[in-house]
Design a protein around this ligand. Structure first.
Ligand code: ATP
Ligand code: MG
Length: 417
């Protein structure tokens, strides 16, 4: 589990504000969910024989001896809330963001506490919904300047009965060459054979080349919906790669599944994964409700932005320097008034006194554009000195009453506001 330090938070904040803006622009509403749910909830939605439930959950018995789990993902809790509060009477669009917990081997792009931004939509069964989710995610990549570094992989995994028939065919083929599979895949052959398809092992991949393909087992409806989705993506000019081995690691998915991947992050190259999960609401006791969603791994987005050298910084605008105790007292109410009048301005007040020289050192370090200086002469004459710290501008001393006009001009110049 890692700390996110102030050096990194500007990048997080710019990513979060871009995401919120885009999501509300699409009509998605924020929903805030508990971080802990009953273990049972995750086991029955994600699936008993998935990586997450088998070996990655942080579960513990509470004081009443009920097994609780720190959420490893957000969809299960969101669906629980939708059913509990009867939210899916009409189509609904939700999003949430926050920490998720998985007991994994920590490595680049894999943490035990990480963050996801999840988007879930309820009540629309047609592929226009899937297209909207994909287009929305692409808008976010564009806004963040990372769209060129991401590739959309997409697959149709059909309905549960389709997959059951396919699973049989796959198992009977793979059983004939069991010894050539890696140990993980051998184990999965008995538990979750579809997951063998996304094994990274080269030998296993070779065996898979001759395996039956899921596509041949899919019903007409999911095939024609998938084709419609692909035409929507073409209209949107979103390049995609159909990856017949993309199955996703959670049991609740059906029909369209997708991932956005990058080559800039090594083995942990998936920054976003999602798909349709039409059966889940009914599994939780709700009315049969089609649904689809995706989750973005926010640490991986940050890593990608760093790999692409995308920087954001928000240094202060003003740093307030005062000569002595009397000047400090004189400046207090004036600076307070400034904060009221110019809420968009970042004003750092020097604290702890000290010589002008040491105060200016701090002012320089703060990255502020201007120092606001209250010396003895300024205080006596109700004036203030403006000293440029970064820009190639002239130092000047002005009347207090001229400061608002100066700051208005500064804001226009610095932010175009
Ligand atoms: P992976 O194959 O990388 O283990 P997953 O299928 O377990 O991914 P999902 O459950 O689909 O991942 O989660 C969606 C996204 O959340 C992933 O694509 C990834 O960006 C991010 N993510 C998942 N697990 C972690 C983790 N342990 N640390 C950081 N990010 C993660
Ligand atoms: Mg995983």
């Amino acid at each position: 589990m890692v700390d996110i330090l102030p050096e990194q938070t500007p990048l997080w904040q710019s990513m979060e504000s871009a995401a919120t803006e885009i999501l509300s622009g699409y009509g998605y509403e924020e929903i805030r969910l508990p971080i802990i749910e009953t273990t049972h909830l995750f086991a029955r939605s994600i699936g008993e024989v998935t990586d997450i439930v088998e070996k990655e959950m942080y579960s513990f018995a509470d004081r009443n001896d009920e097994s609780m789990t720190l959420r490893p993902e957000g969809t299960a809790g969101c669906v629980r809330a939708v059913v509990q509060h009867n939210l899916a009477q009409t189509p609904q669009r939700f999003w949430y963001a926050g920490p998720m917990f998985r007991y994994e081997r920590p490595q680049k792009g894999r943490q035990r506490q990480f963050h996801q931004l999840g988007v879930e939509s309820f009540g629309v069964a047609t592929p226009d919904q899937d297209a909207e989710l994909i287009a929305l995610s692409r808008q976010l990549w564009r806004r963040l300047g990372i769209d060129d570094a991401l590739t959309l992989e997409i697959n149709n995994i059909g309905s549960a009965p389709d997959r059951a028939r396919y699973r049989e065919a796959l198992v009977s083929y793979l059983s004939t060459c069991r010894e050539q599979l890696d140990p993980d895949s051998q184990r999965r052959l008995d538990t979750n054979p579809l997951r063998i398809l996304d094994s990274k092992n080269a030998e296993t991949q070779k065996v898979l080349d001759a395996a039956p393909v899921l596509k041949d087992y899919l019903d007409a409806e999911s095939r024609s919906e998938f084709d419609r989705l692909l035409t929507y993506l073409e209209e949107l000019r979103i390049p995609y790669r159909v990856n017949p081995r993309l199955v996703r690691g959670l049991d609740y998915y059906n029909k369209c599944v997708f991932e956005w991947t990058t080559e800039h992050l090594g083995a942990q190259g998936t920054v976003c994964g999602g798909g349709r999960y039409d059966g889940l609401v009914a599994t939780f006791g709700g009315r049969d409700t089609p649904a689809a969603g995706f989750a973005i791994g926010l640490e991986r987005l940050i890593l990608l932005m760093q790999a692409l050298d995308i920087k954001v910084s928000s240094p202060a605008d003003l740093y307030v320097v005062t000569a002595d105790e009397a000047a400090f007292r004189h400046a207090l109410s004036r600076v307070d008034w400034l904060r009221d009048q110019f809420p968009e301005l970042d004003v750092v007040q020097h604290l702890g006194g000290g010589s002008f020289k040491s105060q200016f050192k701090r002012a320089d370090k703060s990255g502020a554009a201007w120092a606001l200086v209250y010396g003895e002469a300024e205080v006596a004459a109700n004036k203030v000195t403006l000293k440029p710290l970064r820009a190639d501008a002239e130092q000047r001393t002005i009347d207090d009453s001229d400061l608002p006009a100066f700051l208005t001009d500064y804001l226009v110049e610095a932010y175009g506001a």
